[in-house]
Design a protein around this ligand. Structure first.
Ligand code: HMG
Ligand code: MG
Length: 309
């Protein structure tokens, strides 16, 4: 229980990328500031992708520059890390202009999803990633890798474990410091998670693995528990359970950060983020988006869990 758990807050990126109503940059910056104030230390703040594909992420360059200016002025805790998605060299050029020191490349485990999401095959995407990695190495930037549709694809159905393991290995070999394995459409169950992680463990220490669950079918916390038992200590989540993917129909919200914190704190893990401070953030986003967010703890309250910050 003394192992350090890391939460990667993906609300400002994964959370907002699927919303019908794009939020303006001022609101997105306010959201990021509040999340950091609530104690979140790894925050994905945007995506350097085509605004024609994902208009909700337009303005990521301006937004990142502002966030980094605020960081330089001491507005955030020293150890707060900000990251953005980058699909190709063009995206990486924008990342370099912004000054972010961490980016994430994002591939898929199924061909159709890869094509629909980033307009290329898996093999082509790895050629692009290699170019991004070279630039990152030159500029001493950290790179995270994502693998979507690791448990199921909205177009192809089941995805083979062998393929996922092969892709995890390929990303690590390429030099990413962590691979986030994504249940993009929320179909995984603990049995599947255990089975996959046992195989991943043979090729990589689980300290290099993060799990990214969507709560589409209500299995995300059970999947976190299964991952914890196997030794995973990094989880992606989004405030309020915001989220989805524009290229995965029916992909509802990410696992809610509050729900994840409630489980982990209740199990005795010590974590910096404060559940009480996330409540008004969820409310603010609900007001801006004009819809209720699905987080259970957000609705019911945190009850007797102690916040340390
Ligand atoms: P493309 O159309 O193949 O790109 O898009 P292209 O190279 O043919 O260029 C076409 C135009 O796009 C050109 O502009 C380029 O300059 C421009 P034009 O000359 O026509 O005016 N372009 C760009 N503009 C801005 N930023 C760029 C960029 N690259 C080219 N980086 C591309 C390829 C990857 C850009 C496109 O498919 C795209 O933007 N896709 C984004 C998809 C996305 O963001 N999806 C959501 C995130 S993934 C996810 O949610 C899953 C995850 O959460 C994990 C999980 O849940 O499992 C990570
Ligand atoms: Mg996602």
């Amino acid at each position: 229980m003394r192992d350090r758990i890391q939460i990667v807050e993906v609300g400002p990126r994964d959370g907002l990328q699927n919303e019908k109503l794009p939020l303006d940059i001022v609101t997105r910056i306010d959201l990021i500031r509040r999340l950091a104030d609530a104690g979140l230390r790894r925050i994905e703040i945007g995506a350097f992708v085509s605004p024609r594909w994902v208009p909700q992420m337009a303005g990521t360059l301006e937004l990142s520059r502002e966030i980094l200016k605020l960081k330089a002025a001491g507005a955030f805790a020293e150890d707060t890390q900000f990251s953005c998605l980058v699909p190709n060299v063009r995206g990486m050029e924008d990342a370099l202009k912004s000054g972010v020191t961490e980016v994430a490349i994002f591939g898929a485990c199924s061909e159709t999803f890869s094509k629909k999401n980033i307009n290329c095959s898996i093999a082509e995407s790895f050629i692009r990633f290699r170019q991004v990695m070279e630039m990152a190495r030159y500029h001493q930037m950290r790179v995270r890798g994502y693998l979507s549709t690791a448990f199921g694809c909205p177009y192809e159905g089941r995805v083979s474990e062998a393929r996922v393991v092969r892709l995890v290995r390929a990303l690590i070999k390429m030099g990413v410091y962590e691979v986030s394995i994504g249940d993009t459409i929320g179909v995984a169950t603990p049995k599947q998670v255990e089975s996959l992680l046992k195989k991943v463990k043979r090729i990589s220490p689980l300290s290099k693995i993060a799990m990214h669950f969507h709560d589409t079918r209500g299995t995300s916390l059970a999947n976190v528990y299964a991952s914890l038992r196997l030794g995973v200590r990094t989880f992606d989540a989004s405030v309020g359970g915001l989220g989805g993917c524009p290229y995965a129909k029916g992909a509802t919200g990410n696992l809610a950060t509050e729900d994840l914190l409630y489980l982990l704190k209740g199990m005795g893990y010590r974590l910096t983020p404060n559940i009480q401070k996330l409540q008004p953030i969820k409310k603010m986003i609900e007001e801006k988006l004009g819809r209720e967010l699905p987080s259970r703890v957000g609705k019911a309250g945190a009850w007797l869990v102690e916040d340390t910050v």
